[in-house]
Write a protein that binds this ligand. Structure first.
Ligand SMILES: NC(=O)C1=CN([C@@H]2O[C@H](COP(=O)(O)OP(=O)(O)OC[C@H]3O[C@@H](n4cnc5c(N)ncnc54)[C@H](O)[C@@H]3O)[C@@H](O)[C@H]2O)C=CC1
Ligand SMILES: N[C@@H](CC=O)C(=O)O
Ligand code: NA
Length: 431
């Protein structure tokens, strides 16, 4: 058997500890599949004296992950420190400077700095791989990069933040308001240290930006992703959506249009009976559509020790086998700067608003939509405890988002609204 591949693991938290445990438990199986042993030689974390479920004394210790990346007995650096800058980025840069391949799960850093890091690594003939960074255990990066390499990718879609999907499905199942379920998610340890990353759609936006780069051969452009979080989705929206045969999902969609790259991560209504509509709890789903293959639906755990470590190991074993793939499926230097589509394709929208309950209020709202060229498909006024307020649900025919935003602005100017309307796109999955 060939020489071992020697790993330096930076970060021994949920994912890093999971990687070490699988490498210890499945050493023979991994060696057989890789054609050579895969061994951890050195590790780094903030605290050394902590029980992580394995014997740390078997590995050399470094306080500083940058020093770990420079060690002569490390061939491949596994970056599991996290954060879009600071020690994680320093570690990867040090690995590149010292000629080491890199595997990371760090979507935030790659979404912001992936282009420069991939170019720097590839300029030195090194691999920088990131299967765990997108939808954790779901092998969507490899599916796009390898299995679907012969396709023109028509659309990439998905639910890529388990925390948001947990919150939305729990609100529906238990009939609980957003704030209560958010507190539950926090108590369960689901939320990132900065919860806005989850509920603001940022974490999922990072993941979509990475998949879009592979799918369309464009430089990673997180700024191109139009982001909207789930904070304003209410139990009322979830119930109304359900009455109409829809579920509310934080949905990411990327597609290349004649107007440029359309990429958005926002709460949308999707048909309840579709695979995306059926997705419950913290599970993720990635839907890939290729011109030759058609639609592929991948469903599984997007986070957690085992699933994320599984994805990290898929990259480690790929490199151990001698397979050397570009980070984004083609040389990073050949990725083009994509044009950003200024707005998404037209779609029907669900609108919930509260009006002053007085003559002519609804007519003014309808006129604002009509003036913006938006036609109403369905409308419903429902009961409210406060008799001075009239809550209204509207579903529009297909409309462009800029037109809808202009109409909402004009509605606000009329003074008949008692709060900011909620507008949710109804995603047409089969067009
Ligand atoms: N936890 C999960 O389910 C998933 C995590 N990821 C990504 O994997 C990466 C790691 O995540 P977790 O394991 O959850 O994080 P964690 O917070 O559990 O662990 C981070 C580790 O890095 C170490 N660390 C932090 N700063 C350090 C420094 N300056 N020097 C040395 N060590 C330092 C900590 O001591 C800890 O061992 C992140 O980029 C995260 O976004 C991706 C998918 C899922
Ligand atoms: N916060 C993320 C964790 C994995 O990326 C999520 O909820 O999906
Ligand atoms: Na993945």
């Amino acid at each position: 058997m060939s020489d071992p591949l020697r790993l330096g693991i930076a970060g021994l938290g949920t994912v890093g500890a999971g990687v070490v445990k699988i490498l210890e438990k499945r050493a023979d199986l991994i060696a057989a599949r890789a054609g050579r042993p895969v061994k951890v030689t050195a590790v780094s974390a903030r605290t050394q004296g902590k029980d992580r479920g394995f014997d740390l004394s078997a590995y050399a210790w470094e306080d500083d992950p940058v020093r770990l990346a420079a060690r002569d007995d490390v061939d491949l650096v596994v970056e599991l420190v996290g954060g879009d800058n600071g020690p994680a980025k320093d570690t990867i840069e040090a690995a590149i400077a010292h000629g080491k391949d890199i595997v990371t799960a760090n979507k935030a850093m790659l979404a912001l700095h992936g282009q420069e890091l991939a170019e720097a690594a590839e300029a030195k003939g090194l691999c920088l791989r990131f299967e765990a960074a997108v939808a954790g255990g779901i092998p969507c990066v490899k599916a796009l990069t390898e299995s679907l390499a012969g396709n023109r990718i028509e659309r990439v879609m998905g639910v890529m933040n388990g925390t948001c999907n947990y919150i939305l499905t729990r609100m529906e199942d238990a009939g609980l308001p957003y704030d209560t379920v958010f507190a539950e998610a926090s108590a369960l340890g689901y939320l990132e240290a900065d919860p806005t990353l989850d509920v603001g759609g940022i974490d999922a936006g990072h993941k979509l930006a990475l998949l879009a780069s592979i799918a369309y051969g464009t430089r990673v452009d997180f700024e191109a992703v139009r982001l909207e979080g789930i904070e304003r989705v209410s139990i009322a929206d979830i119930r109304h959506a359900s009455d109409m045969g829809f579920k509310v999902k934080l949905l990411g969609v990327a597609r290349m249009t004649g107007r440029g790259l359309e990429a958005r991560m926002s709460p949308c209504l999707v048909p309840a009976a579709s695979p995306l509509g059926q997705l419950s709890g913290a599970t993720n789903m990635v839907v890939l559509e290729g011109d030759a293959v058609g639609r592929i639906v991948l469903r599984g755990a997007g986070a957690g020790e085992g699933p994320t470590a599984s994805a990290v190991l898929s990259d480690v074993i790929e490199i151990a086998r001698g397979t050397r793939l570009s980070t984004f499926g083609q040389p990073a230097a050949s990725l083009v700067k994509g044009t950003r589509a200024q707005s998404g394709s037209p779609a029907p929208y669900y609108l919930r608003m509260e009006l002053q309950d007085k003559p002519g209020a609804l007519a003014k709202v309808a006129a604002c939509l009509g003036d913006a060229g938006i036609s109403i498909d369905r409308m419903r006024q429902y009961d409210h405890a406060d008799a001075s307020i009239a809550p209204v649900i509207l579903v529009t025919h297909k409309a462009g988002r800029p037109d809808l935003d202009a109409a909402i602005e004009r509605m606000t100017e009329t003074g008949v609204l008692t709060g900011e309307p909620v507008a949710l796109r109804i995603e047409e999955l089969d067009d």
